[in-house]
Design a binder for this molecule. Sequence first.
Ligand code: TYM
Length: 347
Amino acid sequence: MKMAKQVILTGIRANNDLHIGNYMGAMLPMIDMATKRAGEYQVNLFVPDLHSFTTPIDHSKLQEAIMNNLRVFVAAGLPLDNPDVHIYRQSYIPAHSELTIVLDCFTGVGEMGRMTQYKDKIQKNGDDRVSVGLFNYPVLMAADILLYNTSYIPVGDDQTQHLEFARDIALRLNANFNQDLFVVPKSVKKQHAFFGKDQGLRIKDLIDPTKKMSKSDESGRGVIFLNDTPEIARKKITSATTDSLSRVGYNTDQPGISNLLELLALFSSRSLDEVRKEFEGQTQYGPLKEALADSVANFLTDFQTSLAKVDDKVLKSKLETSEKAMNTAANRVLFKVQQAVGLRPRD
Ligand code: TYM
């Protein structure tokens, strides 16, 4: 029997304001795998549309946001003509919701209550204004991963706890039912090694570099969105918070400058070491900001040109083929679980 290819999978929520953190943390590693190592792996890039309203959104804009996300995948360079590449919408594959309900019954309330993202929201908003959907977010995310026998999941650092939960619940059910119901995703450490990193990526906000760049940021001044014009991005970089040490350095005392160095390495496709060698010790911050502004402006110009060229017809046709194939694949895993828990006869 032919060995199935290892699966690399990630999801990016549909909001009309994807930023460079989403791009570098999740999308680029997927595109790299799909282009540089095509044929070796199966690559699943999907829109977790059910995850998109775990916090309140404007529902009249969701359809357009979903389509826009899919276009962004293509503009970023995902090769749609590769048969090992799949793009799909979570809610078009009902097995995601069905497996979630089953996994829910093997998940502790306390276990979910300890998730940082959930705790942060509760602290900010109080528990009556946080939805059960948000509480349950990691379980749906585990279903997204486990339905496709996934080994590798490129995500930013903020998702590490959720990845660990996906592994835990897979191991738990396999042990409980004494069979290999799920392929257990690789450990977070192995995932980082696979993607050539020593830790998960966490791009910081340009104005407050002690927090991560995030689409929920109210002013957006510290966030570079993929639809920012190159001029706006340039201004945001020029106004980025630095410090008064007047010496470029990569260390915890200089979170703003360290973030700029990391960004420059990412956007100029160089190693951090190389970028540090070039800039460390300089007594002015201007040249570093300028180099980054140039790289980001070039990136945005190319990206936005590709986005305008995406052919919706080709996209929709790929979506249809992928969603059909993914329903078959996901239902196979779901059925094994349904048999194990007694919802379906064993034979
Ligand atoms: P979402 O849409 O909130 O984020 C998409 C990806 O962007 C990463 N990210 C960052 N990476 C580096 N620096 C940042 N400042 C930054 N901000 C965001 C996130 O870590 C994420 O990888 N829960 C997922 C969506 C999801 C999913 C899945 C992912 C649902 N089901 C199954 C993988 C597998 C999320 O955070 O999406």
